[in-house]
Design a binder for this molecule. Sequence first.
Ligand code: KG4
Ligand code: ZN
Length: 414
Amino acid sequence: MLTLHKAAAALPKPSRSRMCEFLRSFGFDPGKLFLHKLILGIETSCDDTAAAVVDESGKVWGEAIHSQTEVHLKTGGIVPPVAQQLHRENIQRIVKEALSTSKISPSELSAIATTVKPGLALSLGVGLSFSLRLVDQLKIPFIPIHHMEAHALTIRLLNKVEFPFLVLLISGGHCLLALVRGVSDFLLLGKSLDIAPGDMLDKVARRLSLIKHPECSTMSGGKAIEHLAKQGNKLHFDIKPPMQRAKNCDFSFTGLQHVTDRIITQKEKEEGIQKGQILSSAAHIAAAVQHTTACHIAKRTHRAILFCKQRDLLPQSNAVLVASGGVASNFYIRKALEIVTNATQCTLLCPPPRLCTDNGIMIAWNGIERLRAGVGVLYNTEGIRYEPKCPLGVDISEEVGEAAIKVPRLKMEI
Ligand code: KG4
Ligand code: ZN
């Protein structure tokens, strides 16, 4: 709490006159009638400044995004004050761009939805303080958004997916399996006990110096691993999946990172190259680590499906598994998941890659879902705070572990 307040106090508030000037640039007229239910979504929880306008039917009127990936690649990871500064520099432009491409005036908005949890404190603070100023000026409701809930519900903007469904959220900051029973009704079945898969892939990519690889220099770590893995042989190195004996739906990626690190150090010695140069076996390493990651994720997801069916939490046939988050844009991992859904008579649904990674559309859509369900729509924003840490739903992962479900072996021929 102390850190949270300290961080909040450090945020400069956009001045009232600057906000008025910003609104006037759209010809804002407070007396105008609301014709559609249109929501402006704002996302700044990590390293993307994003905004979008979405209506009740799921139509995206406009969107804009500023990615900080290239800056953070150069510093070897996200430096929170740098991310905060970049959000500050870009938020007004990005919101303006989303509104102007929508041809929507701020007075036509029904509400503003903004990510307030979980995420980097300094980054969340920028989006929240900007949004609070805007709702105050426009006199419209505010809908605080849980970033992972937004990732989970994105699929309903694209497909007719009814509750309940199973969701696997894998990104740079998160890794969880949850049963989605309603807009804000989640059962948490398992989560990563250490780092998220995207974080691990980013670290491996950095250790392999892929930023210096001509084909991968502007890609996120995970994307670079996927790209390079296509040129490698996954069987060249034998990396065992973690937690093989733990019959639960939790994940772990630190061990995988350390094993890969050891292989890289060994290969550097063998090839006589310095740290920072690219190994001739980099593609094989990328292929092996991607394969092990896919197998680990697939196995935990398989167990989650079996658990939900055993407890009648999901229908016995045609149950839906949704995979989202930045790492779910990886096609190799999607194929591994498809093997699992084929074996369990489920359907795998994944948003397109640009909606798997962070974006403003998912936040606006989550706002629409909450507005329709009448949950968490605030007419008074007094006391609203961002929360860097915030679990998703009711945690039943211990119960899942106690069920100790044995997962049949599947041939992972991807
Ligand atoms: O969801 P996201 O945009 O932000 C977070 O909430 O973390 O996910 C970013 C993460 C990064 O770790 C990135 O390396 C990873 O997703 N990622 C990928 C791919 N594209 C992005 N991982 C594996 N394969 C990809 N194609
Ligand atoms: Zn995310």
